[in-house]
Design a protein around this ligand. Structure first.
Ligand SMILES: [Zn+2]
Length: 321
């Protein structure tokens, strides 16, 4: 049975991509008058994408990811009409309409050498904390939407081409009348604990010396807690009992939702699945505190503060008090 974790009542997480101030205005998506009015509103702003990369304006030495209608149109004209792919209406932020525009990845060449622009991927933007949380959340929304559009240009039911509808929140198939909606893939990410110790591991693709919570995609027919217990058993060979929910975080690479949980270990002997993990071990609470402070004697490091794994580790340390 899934329980609400006592950890969920502790310091509210300031998770990258999650702190959205967006009013999604879902009713506007099928209201052409509302959408047209939003697009010509003086406060309307566009996030511009060249494929997977955000185009950022450099104005008076500062980075600005939000383009007004005229500057968005100028960007599009410079890139050429062949490069324009999709537009999505994200919603409003403090009553200012927000749109996202996708140009193809080749359009990046138009701006690469231009000092008035920078091309920065979302992961780097988040890691460097370049923009405040509401904008980062809008960027994550746009990235996940565009990634979904890019992978769903043909109907999964009949194979015919699909077209964007609902201001970017649906794709329609004219051949079979199928309607397809953007998907989110749930990933359970768990910190297994055994009293004063917790289990962390590292995947070969992690940055050197970084250890993190174990994680895996949920499968059809599984509950959240089933998936958590299965992943911990498959990857580290440990058994777990109670699993409790802490917090979640959109993770648009390309379209995951990280669901952060704590899991009570009921066995502690580790058997590592070497196809998934390079290493896994138990760390004491004091060690985790040193890891978070980048002062662990073995040089072990935590994931970035914007990642939910970092917060699960921090909450575990704070629970000592
Ligand atoms: Zn179809």
């Amino acid at each position: 049975m899934l329980m609400r974790s006592p950890y969920a009542d502790m310091a509210p997480p300031d998770l990258g991509y999650a702190a959205g101030g967006l009013n999604r205005r879902t009713e506007w998506r099928v209201d052409a008058d509302k959408l047209n009015a939003a697009a010509v509103a003086p406060a309307a702003r566009w996030l511009m994408h060249c494929g997977d990369t955000l185009l950022i304006a450099v104005r008076d030495g500062t980075l600005d990811p939000l383009f007004d209608r005229a500057s968005a149109a100028a960007v599009e004209a410079a890139a050429g009409v062949d490069h324009a792919l999709e537009t999505c209406f994200l919603g409003t932020h403090q009553d200012a309409p927000r749109f996202a525009r996708l140009l193809d990845s080749a359009s990046a060449d138009t701006f690469r050498q231009d000092p008035a622009f920078k091309l920065i991927d979302l992961r780097s933007i988040a890691m460097q904390g370049l923009f405040p949380p509401p904008v980062l959340s809008e960027m994550a929304t746009a990235k996940a939407l565009f990634a979904w559009h890019a992978r769903h240009r043909f109907c999964s039911n009949c194979g015919a081409p699909t077209t964007l509808s609902c201001a970017g929140w649906r794709r329609d198939c004219q051949a079979c009348a199928g309607e397809h909606f953007p998907r989110t893939d749930p990933v359970v990410i768990m910190l297994a604990t055994d009293g004063d110790r917790c289990l962390m591991g590292r995947q070969p693709r992690f940055l050197p010396n970084v250890y993190s919570c174990l994680a895996g995609f949920m499968e059809p027919g599984e509950t959240l807690e089933d998936a958590g217990r299965r992943e911990l058993h498959e990857e580290a060979g440990i058994a777990t009992g109670a699993v409790s929910y802490v917090a979640s975080q959109p993770w648009p690479f390309p379209s995951s939702l990280m669901i952060g949980c704590m899991a009570d270990a009921t066995s502690t002997d580790i058997t590592i699945d070497r196809t998934e993990l390079e290493d896994a071990r138990w760390f004491t609470r004091d060690e985790v505190a040193l890891i978070l402070a980048a002062r662990h004697p073995d040089g072990i490091l935590a994931p970035a503060p914007m990642a939910i794994a970092h917060h699960l580790m921090r909450l575990f340390v704070q629970a000592k008090a």
